[in-house]
Design a protein around this ligand. Structure first.
Ligand code: NAP
Length: 280
């Protein structure tokens, strides 16, 4: 039976340490979250970010726009926030309405305030093995979990299922930068189970139930990034947890695994960006 990786506990520890650190800073780090429209999931995520930030002493401002704001108006607001020295960290909640091109919005965020680590400079730095201003939050949270549980990455075969720009790709690069041998799989991958069975570390970031017991090597480390509602409206992940836990050495639950780490990483990034801007 696998050790259950407790993302909630690790996240709580990170937040507690950050809270103590923030008390000693000259001013409160300031996180600004821009939300466009009224997407119900975005309302929940944005609310959670604000609540967590304020709980640990980060100043948090949510700027909410109607669905019909133009791309130019949004970019103008981001540029104003980029040059506002009272703002240290900035993110635009995704997804955006169809008439706004997400890549144009991300491009307009200053890399120094890019708390999600999505800008070309920060992803490029990651790719080049340099230290970006901020690492993408979910992959950073996954790496932190592996380190907290003393799980060796170097030399291991890590298989990442999912290749999104926000999870799969940056996660694969971070694992590679930590000397894993990395395979990235996606919807067009043939013989997925043959590849996943080779994994010492198997990470799934798909958003559908795709990882079953017969796809997992004995004693593999299994990290489930996926989170969605099943047919009974129950929150679940990509991995068939009940069966896979019997053969994995470590496994993350959903909820309570990677999810809480994403928010902890966001708070860490906010404090790091604050320090980057205030320590000249
Ligand atoms: P995404 O942009 O939809 O990407 C999903 C990826 O899965 C794509 O690369 C897709 O391949 C691949 N895929 C789809 N069906 C597949 C299949 N049958 N076999 C293998 N690969 C398949 O999603 P995302 O934003 O990366 O998020 C992935 C999941 O993680 C979602 O459930 C999301 O809610 C969750 N998530 C959780 C957190 C957290 O904090 N816990 C944070 C972010 C995301 P193609 O590229 O070929 O289409």
């Amino acid at each position: 039976m696998a050790t259950i990786i407790d993302g909630k506990a690790v996240s709580a520890k990170i937040l507690e340490n950050l809270s103590a650190e923030i008390k000693n800073l000259q001013e409160k780090p300031h996180l600004v979250v821009i939300q466009v429209g009224d997407n119900p999931a975005s309302n929940i995520y944005v609310g959670l970010k604000k609540k967590k930030a304020e709980a640990i002493g980060i100043k948090s401002t949510v700027i909410k726009y109607d669905e019909d704001i133009t791309e130019q108006e949004l970019i103008k607001k981001i540029e104003d926030l980029n040059s506002d020295s009272n703002v240290h960290a900035l993110l635009v909640q995704l997804p955006l309405p169809k008439h706004i091109k997400e890549t144009n919005i991300i491009k307009s965020i200053s890399p120094k305030k890019d708390v999600d680590g999505f800008t070309a400079q920060n992803t490029g730095d990651l790719l080049n093995g340099l230290i970006p201003c901020a690492y993408s939050c979910t992959p950073k949270g996954v790496l932190r979990l592996l380190k907290e549980y003393n799980i060796e990455i170097s030399g291991k075969h890590a298989v990442v299922v999912g290749r999104s720009n926000i999870v799969g790709k940056p996660l694969a690069i971070m694992l590679l930068n930590n000397n894993a041998t990395v395979t990235i799989c996606h919807s067009k991958t043939q013989n997925l189970s043959q590849i996943t069975r080779e994994a010492d570390i198997l990470i799934s970031a798909v958003g559908k139930k795709v990882i079953f017991k017969d796809m997992v090597k004995k004693d593999a480390v299994v990290i489930d990034v996926g989170i969605f509602k099943d047919e009974n409206n129950k929150t679940t992940g990509d991995v068939d947890f009940e069966n896979v836990k019997d053969i994995a050495s470590y496994i993350t639950p959903v909820p309570g695994g990677v999810g809480p780490m994403t928010i902890a990483s966001l708070m860490e990034n906010t404090v790091e960006l604050y320090k980057l801007q205030s320590i000249k």
